[in-house]
Structure formats: structure tokens, C-alpha cells
Design a protein around this ligand. Structure first.
Ligand SMILES: [Ca+2]
Length: 518
């Protein structure tokens, strides 16, 4: 049963997000409390009595079996448009990300981790399903209906996709998604499935999804009133909408996430939590006191630091609980590379929307002190090449959860690598197809259509196999010196494999929209 309720009592607003819980998202003094309680009691007693009674209600679902209780919890923090080099633990000297750095100091920093697309929606599909996003006809960011049709992509992710969240939910996990979604329900797409139809018990998102959502108010120096960041979400229905200071939207998601974790703990349920902030995606609106000279990079760094502080709340909550600390995996990475002029992927070549290393390689921090040997904690993994699609079978393995029947993942199980027991890399090559609308982007022109990473090699080519470029990343991580001519057999083999993969995936309109000039 889907149920929504909203009211204002005193200076607070309260929202029900789905059939099980109420979440108090916001108070009008900006001093927020987050509470939740099972819906049957809400229905019986009403919101007012509930709030007078505080956190009072009995469990509404039967508690999972003992063996389920011991399964590791998982928190996936999927940042939006952050560069490979933007955490201070990945070399950023211009800003400090102490909370994420602390996770790295107690966990593992992976240097050769990839996402499976250089742009939002397909990257999110990959990390959610363990499959190449092209399988689900999502190969660029989801926009309005006409734009999606023009580019030959779906309007939303098919609910039949093998969601990691659904597998875990069916295995007894509490599942929650807090933050940007962007897999359906954006712009003028009002008829997409709710996030809770994809295996999540709970969700609060932003303007790129349906259900309860927090929409950003942009404050700028010299302006008395904030401006709504308005891409039409508030007109779509399907959930209560709250407008909130863009600089602190992640604070809302984090508070809701902590409340979700507390509730799962009260039920003795393991949990899977997506915390997907969109802070460092444009437009940049840090707290007014941190605007500095107002330049793009300055604003970006201020937003990055503010995001780190806001995420620190849940990291601290988990770390300070012995039970959670010893049995929780936290993964932090970005959905794609940085926007030109904002984040940094140095020394990697390329940006968001390109298949070059800077577009698809992401810093990854894995923290799980209870599941990692002490000697490995605080280490760096320079070598293991793997990707977001590999996280799904890996996390199913770590949580002891069966894969959905009849599903073939493109991802491989690298649980031992993720937990520092092995340096194994992915066995199969990693294949990439550019977004159909990104043959040219920003200052890049005639970008390659396809790419493959295999061992030390990275090869690019066009849909027809032409314009090949081969790089040896072991010697040339910045992709400055192509070695195409010196390695004809490698070029031939990788091109063949890449074209074969490309042909095996449903097409999009990339060939029509992005022809090279003759
Ligand atoms: Ca993104």
C-alpha cells in the first residue's frame, strides 16, 4: 500500500514516504529532527499523537531470522560529477575532505576503479544492476520525453532490472535510497515508477526522481531571496516536496539516512543504504560564507568540503557504534568524472561525458574495519582494475545473498579485492559506449564512440572500428602517447572484442547524432 500524508504542526512539517514509516524531514527553523514510526500506528493515532509520543511504536514487520541479523550492512555513497583527484586522500591540496579521508585511512583507497558510463543515469543503472546500462537502453542522462526519444534511450529504468536493492530486500535487508536517483521520474516524466518499486523500502530523492523529495533553493551573495532550482519536479506529483537550501540538501538526506539506520537497528535488520548526494554537480551553491571569489573552482571546492562535512554525520554514527562498525561496508565513489572547470581528475585525461580516463575512472574508498584485516586498513590498491558493475555481485557475495534467478551479470564477484584479501582484477575487459549526444562536448570535439580497458591497455575507436587509438596505461596514465602503430595485433584483437560487445547491446541514436565531419 502506498500512503502519503503531510501536515504542519507547530513549526514542523511531517511526511510519510511509504507504507511503513513516517519521516519528519524538516522544521521551519532549519533545526531538523528526523523521526520515524510504523504506519499502522500512524493510522491509528494520527500524526499529532505520534509526535507527542515521540519514537514510540512497535515493529510493524516480523524480524528476520538470526542469520540475517549478522549479515553485513552496506552503505553506498555515490557522489555526482566529482573528479578522480578531488578527495584530499587522492591528492587534492586545495580542499580538505577529512571525513572521507578518515574512511580511507581505516579502509582501502582504490586507484583503478571505473564507473561504466561518463554520465549520470547510465552510471547509476550500472551500479544498481551489475549490468551494462546499454542493456536497459539507458546510455545518456535521462531528460524530458522528446529528448530521450531523440537520443534513442528509455524514459526510465525498467523495474524488471536486477536491482541489488531488491535482492537484498528479498533477503531480509532494510533498503533505503536517499539522494539523487536519475533513473526515471525527472523533467516531464511523471509516469515513471516510484523508487520504492525498485526494491527500496524507503526513499527521499531530489528533482531527478519521484516520491518524497527535497528540492534545492539557491542562495547567492547579494540576493535577498533564494531562487528555486526548477526542472519541473514539483509539478510531477507522486510525493511530498520540500524546498531547502541547496548548500544543505545533503544534510537532509544524511539525517533521513541516519534515521533509517536507527530504525533498521531497532528491527534487528541488516540494511542496504544508498546515500547519493548531488552537491558537486552544477550549479554550485556553497554556504554564503564560503563563496570567496565566486569562481567555478572556488565554489566547487567549497561545496566539496561542505558535502564531506554533511556526509560525516553518518560516517561518525556508524563508526561510533561498535556493532555497526564491525559489520558495515561503506563504499564512496563518484558516478562520473568532473565537469570542465570544476572538479579535477588530474593526472587523468578527460572530463565528464568523455570515455577518457578522467570521465570514467573514479576514486573509490572502501571502509569495513570489521571485515578487513588490520594490516590492510589504510592501504592503497594501485593495481586492481574493476568497476561499478562488479560491485553488485561482490556485495551479493559479501552479504551472503543469492543472485536473482536467471540473471547474468556483466559484473564479476570481486568481494575479496574489495575487502583487501586479494589484488585480483576483473577478468573480462571493461567496455564503454559514449552517450549518444556526446560526440562533441564542451571543448572536446569528435570524441571516440567506444572504449575498452583490458589489462594495461585502453583502446578507443568509432562505431565502425575506425580511428583507433591505443594507450598503455601502465606507462602512460595520462594518455598522452598513443602506441597504436606499434601494437597492431593488440589493436586488432581489442577492436574486434569492442565491436562485438557494442553490437550485442541494444542500439541508441549515437550514430545518427554524432557523425564525424567528412
Ligand atoms: Ca553525474
Amino acid at each position: 500500500m502506498q500512503f502519503r500524508y503531510e501536515c504542519t504542526f507547530g513549526r514542523h512539517e511531517y511526511y510519510v514516504t511509504n507504507s511503513r514509516f513516517i519521516i519528519c524531514l524538516i522544521d521551519l527553523n532549519m533545526k531538523t529532527e528526523v523521526n520515524r514510526t510504523p504506519l499502522p500506528d500512524l493510522v491509528r493515532a494520527g500524526v499529532l499523537l505520534l509526535m507527542l509520543g515521540g519514537m514510540l511504536c512497535a515493529p510493524c514487520t516480523s524480524v528476520a531470522a538470526n542469520d540475517v541479523k549478522k549479515r553485513p550492512n552496506v552503505i553506498l555513497v555515490f557522489i555526482d560529477d566529482m573528479g578522480w583527484a578531488d578527495f584530499s586522500c587522492f591528492g587534492n591540496k586545495e580542499a580538505s575532505t577529512p571525513h572521507i579521508d578518515q574512511l580511507a585511512a581505516e579502509g582501502i583507497a582504490f586507484e583503478q576503479f571505473y564507473v561504466n558510463s561518463p554520465i549520470c543515469s547510465p552510471s547509476r543503472v550500472a551500479v544498481s544492476t551489475g549490468q551494462y546500462p546499454q542493456r536497459w537502453r539507458i546510455s545518456s542522462y535521462l531528460n524530458n520525453r522528446n529528448s530521450n526519444e531523440q537520443r534513442g534511450i528509455a524514459n526510465w529504468l525498467d523495474v524488471r532490472a536486477p536491482m541489488l536493492a531488491r535482492s537484498l530486500q528479498q533477503a531480509g535487508y532494510a533498503t533505503g535510497h536517499f539522494g539523487k536517483w536519475h533513473m526515471g521520474g525527472q523533467r516531464n516524466i511523471h509516469d515513471a515508477p516510484l523508487i520504492t518499486e525498485y526494491g527500496f523500502d524507503e526513499s527521499i530523492t531530489n528533482f531527478e526522481g519521484l516520491g518524497a523529495r527535497v528540492l534545492p533553493l539557491k542562495y547567492s551573495p547579494g540576493r535577498k531571496l533564494p531562487v528555486q532550482h526548477n526542472l519541473g519536479s514539483h509539478t510531477l506529483g507522486h510525493g511530498p516536496v520540500i524546498w531547502h537550501d541547496r548548500a544543505y540538501v545533503t544534510e537532509k538526506f544524511t539525517e533521513a539516512a541516519v534515521a533509517f539506520v536507527k530504525f533498521a537497528e531497532s528491527q534487528d535488520q541488516p540494511f542496504y543504504l544508498n546515500l547519493w548526494p548531488d552537491d558537486v554537480h552544477t550549479p554550485m551553491h556553497p554556504p554564503l560564507a564560503k563563496w570567496g571569489d565566486g569562481e567555478n573552482r572556488t565554489l566547487y571546492l567549497a561545496v566539496l568540503e561542505t558535502m564531506d562535512q554533511q556526509l560525516g554525520v553518518i560516517f561518525d554514527y556508524v563508526r561510533n557504534s561498535e556493532k555497526l562498525r564491525d559489520n558495515t561496508v561503506v563504499l564512496v565513489c563518484s558516478d562520473n568524472g568532473p565537469e570542465v572547470g570544476f572538479g579535477s581528475a588530474a593526472p587523468l585525461r578527460g572530463h565528464k561525458a568523455t570515455l577518457y580516463e578522467g570521465g570514467v575512472r573514479s576514486s573509490l574508498v572502501a571502509w569495513a574495519p570489521g571485515l578487513m584485516q588490520e594490516r590492510i586498513q589504510g592501504s592503497r590498491n594501485h593495481d586492481s582494475v574493476f568497476s561499478a558493475i562488479d560491485l553488485v555481485p561482490s556485495l551479493l557475495s559479501i552479504t551472503g545473498t543469492a543472485a536473482p534467478e536467471g540473471v547474468t551479470f556483466d559484473g564479476e564477484n570481486l568481494a575479496d579485492t574489495l575487502l583487501g584479501k586479494s589484488k585480483a582484477a576483473r577478468v573480462k575487459p571493461l567496455f564503454f559506449r559514449r552517450p549518444p549526444d556526446r560526440k562533441n562536448f564542451r571543448h572536446y570535439s569528435v570524441l571516440p564512440d567506444l572504449a575498452v580497458r583490458s589489462g594495461k591497455w585502453k583502446l578507443y575507436c568509432d562505431y565502425d572500428g575506425g580511428n583507433t587509438d591505443l594507450y598503455n596505461l601502465a606507462e602512460d596514465v595520462s594518455e598522452q602517447n598513443p602506441v597504436t602503430d606499434r601494437n597492431p595485433s593488440v589493436v586488432a584483437s581489442l577492436t574486434e572484442q569492442l565491436l562485438s560487445w557494442h553490437a550485442s547491446m541494444p542500439p541508441d541514436n549515437g550514430p545518427v547524432l554524432g557523425k564525424r565531419p567528412q
